[in-house]
Design a protein. Structure first.
Length: 41
């Protein structure tokens, strides 16, 4: 296979597997932002 095909395939696999964790990541980022807001006040 061509190297670009391998790279593209790996990128697609990682992207699809990350879809399941994006909700959890969003919650973590939100909690971090809220902690910063509390600290700033």
């Amino acid at each position: 296979m061509k190297p670009i095909t391998v790279i593209l395939s790996l990128f697609i696999i990682v992207t699809l597997s990350a879809c399941n964790t994006m909700a959890g990541l969003g919650k973590d980022i939100q909690q971090g932002g809220e902690a910063l807001e509390r600290t700033a006040q």
